[in-house]
Structure formats: structure tokens, C-alpha cells
Design a protein around this ligand. Structure first.
Ligand code: AMP
Length: 212
């Protein structure tokens, strides 16, 4: 089962992808996590992505398509995968479709996480993430210990107000058109998730949408 988690930044896709990974055993593939790890480790991929990520701009499609293909063909993804924030432009949606056709695997669902912008800004500006396992938290201070893995919680550089504004603008310009693309091709696969509830309430909707 291949599922795309789609939506603006800060709608809880990452939290939900990690919760569903635990509940279902399907791996969560998050291009943002892969890129942040590369950046920390100073690999060529990380260096290539650094400035775009810090500004809140998108990383080039060919870079993302390479990460996506590698992850989808890995043995962990044999039963399926949760693609978290992976499809952010129309060329990425086309590339995912090509890759899945090559692999002979259908796309099951596209879950669209919906949340008003004021709530997104509130959540992102209070967010910390674990440096190690990348789990996001609200209401925990930078420097405290991750309850999940014992790593250190930090603020993301792209969670500062200017970068948040830019990420929302980039969403409207480059990512929102992907929804129309899916509506035209695969309308029945789109399911809207009301992302305003507690993490458990949102997870219940997600599981219902995927019959998991
Ligand atoms: P995220 O953790 O999903 O918010 O991603 C953090 C940053 O990584 C984004 O603001 C982009 O700079 C980059 N990124 C992650 N996924 C993608 C993608 N699918 N396309 C382009 N850039 C991405």
C-alpha cells in the first residue's frame, strides 16, 4: 500500500506518518528527514539542499525523485510506504506515477491534511524536533530530551517566521496545483483529513481512510 501524505507544512503529516508507521509497520518516507540527515552529515546531497531548505524553498525535483525512487525500491518498502511531504510539485507527482508504473505498484490514497494558516503558524513557531529521530513536538523546549529516543530537541531553522511565510507562499505557488493534478487523474484517491484535532483523533481518521 503506497500512500501519499499531502498538505501545507505544519499540518501534522510528519507526526501522523510516524504514528502510522508504528501502528502499521509500513515505513514512513519523509524527504525532509532524508535531506536534514544529509545536511547534518555534510554529504554532497546535504550541501546541495542546504540553502534552499534554510530559506524554506523547494529542493530541485530531480534530487527529490532520486530519494523517492531509492526509498521505494528498498527492501523495507516491500509491503508499501507512507510518503510524507514527498510530492510537492506536479513534476514530482508525474515522477512518482512513472516510478510506481515501473515497479508495477498502484498508488492507494492521497491524504490531504487540512488546517487553517493561523493554526499552522502557531504550531510551527512553537515546534521542536528531535535531532536524532526527527520526531516533532509542540510545547517542548529546545535542549530538552526526546521521549522517543533520548536525542536532543532543537528548533528547525526553517521554523522562523520569515521562512514559515515563505514556505506557505511556496505551497500556494508550487504545491497546491498538485491537488488539481490528482483531482483530474485520480480524484477517487483523494481523502481530506481534518488536521485540527488531537494526534490520536487525526490518526483515527487516517486509519479509517486507509482501512488500516
Ligand atoms: P519538511 O520536513 O517536509 O517540511 O521539508 C523541509 C524542507 O526540505 C522543505 O522546506 C524543502 O526545502 C525540502 N523538501 C522536503 N521535501 C521536499 C520535496 N518533496 N520537494 C522539494 N523540497 C523538499
Amino acid at each position: 500500500m503506497i500512500t501519499v501524505f499531502f498538505g501545507k507544512p505544519g499540518t501534522g503529516k510528519g507526526t501522523q506518518a510516524k504514528m502510522l508507521e508504528q501502528a502499521s509497520g509500513l515505513p514512513a518516507i519523509a524527504t525532509g528527514d532524508v535531506l536534514r540527515k544529509a545536511l547534518r552529515e555534510g554529504t554532497p546531497l546535504g550541501l546541495q539542499a542546504k540553502s534552499a531548505m534554510e530559506r524554506g524553498d523547494l529542493v530541485p525535483d530531480d534530487v527529490i525523485l532520486g530519494i523517492m525512487k531509492e526509498a521505494l525500491t528498498s527492501p523495507e518498502a516491500i509491503r508499501g510506504a507512507i510518503l510524507d511531504g514527498v510530492v510537492r510539485t506536479v513534476p514530482q507527482a508525474e515522477g512518482l506515477e512513472r516510478t510506481l508504473n515501473e515497479l508495477g505498484r498502484p498508488l492507494s490514497r492521497v491524504l490531504v491534511f487540512d488546517l487553517p494558516n493561523e493554526e499552522i503558524v502557531r504550531r510551527l513557531s512553537g515546534r521542536t524536533v528531535c535531532e536524532q529521530c526527527q520526531t516533532p513536538y509542540t510545547g517542548r523546549e529546545p535542549g530538552s530530551v526526546c521521549p522517543n529516543c533520548g536525542g536532543k530537541l532543537v528548533r528547525r531553522k526553517d521554523d522562523d517566521p520569515d521562512a514559515i511565510r515563505n514556505r506557505l507562499a511556496v505551497y500556494e505557488r508550487d504545491t497546491a496545483p498538485v491537488l488539481d493534478w490528482y483531482r483530474r487523474r485520480d480524484g477517487g484517491k483523494l481523502v481530506t483529513i481534518d488536521a485540527s484535532g488531537t494526534p490520536d483523533a487525526v490518526l483515527a481518521q487516517v486509519r479509517r481512510a486507509l482501512a488500516l
